[in-house]
Ligand binder design. Structure first.
Ligand code: ADP
Ligand code: MG
Ligand code: MG
Length: 213
């Protein structure tokens, strides 16, 4: 069973790569409005490094937690930029909940996401409403945990949470940024969603489709 979960983690990392590759120009354009324009290439560099490290660990026989932790470390190391460090925190938070043997329950996966999200807020100090990825992360984890606690399967709960993240990411368009590079040119970003919130929503939405397979 542990090998199966590690293989599922590897498939999930491949899905992240495919999703970012398909949106790299869009993410760069969004980040160029008030930021420095590198969110697409940064996410591309980070996710490709994460996949390579995860594949290497899985092929060496590592369990799911180790595969995902290696992937998170590679992402933070190779992406550069704020979002790369934060994605490293997210992946390591989830990794801690998976374990290297056995199959994690839906509640354990949801707890891992919560750990990753609280890692992001304690590392990055952004709050909901600051126009960062936190604006998508928090509703994602809230809806996921509530759905799992009320008995939903992981694929069903994840789908609802991804929809909440997508709506919340779109809602950031109306906000003025208070954190990160975008703060300096904040007024230009009104009308465009936060790139980090948008990329998070794209990724979790793509993963919802994978979980349902
Ligand atoms: P950089 O800003 O270093 O160029 P990216 O362009 O890859 O990095 O990522 C920008 C995204 O990072 C923003 O759109 C926002 O979602 C996220 N971000 C920036 N600062 C923070 C923070 N303090 N907390 C959470 N997310 C942040
Ligand atoms: Mg940037
Ligand atoms: Mg940058």
């Amino acid at each position: 069973a542990s090998r199966t979960v590690a293989a599922a983690v590897r498939d999930a990392l491949q899905t992240v790569v495919d999703t970012i590759d398909a949106h790299v120009d869009e993410l760069g354009r969004m980040d160029s409005i008030a930021g420095d324009g590198d969110h697409g290439i940064g996410m591309q560099r980070g996710s490709h490094a994460a996949l390579a490290a995860g594949v290497a660990a899985q092929e060496a026989g590592a369990g799911a937690a180790t595969v995902l932790a290696r992937a998170g470390d590679a992402w933070a190391d190779k992406a550069g930029g704020t979002s790369g460090a934060l994605w490293g925190v997210i992946l390591n938070g989830v990794a801690g909940a998976l374990g290297d043997t056995g199959t994690p329950s839906a509640a354990e996966v949801a707890a891992g996401i919560e750990t990753g999200v609280s890692g992001v807020t304690s590392y990055g100090k952004a709050e909901v409403g600051d126009k960062t990825m936190v604006d998508a992360l928090v509703p994602f984890t809230t809806v996921l945990t509530e759905a799992v606690e009320s008995g939903a399967s992981l694929p069903h709960a994840w789908g609802k949470a991804a929809d909440a993240a997508t709506a919340a990411a779109a809602d950031t368009a109306a906000l003025l940024p208070k954190m990160g590079r975008a703060r300096a040119h904040g007024q230009h970003s009104v009308g465009t969603a936060d790139p980090g919130a948008h990329s998070f929503a794209l990724i979790v939405s793509a993963l919802a489709v994978v979980l349902e397979r």
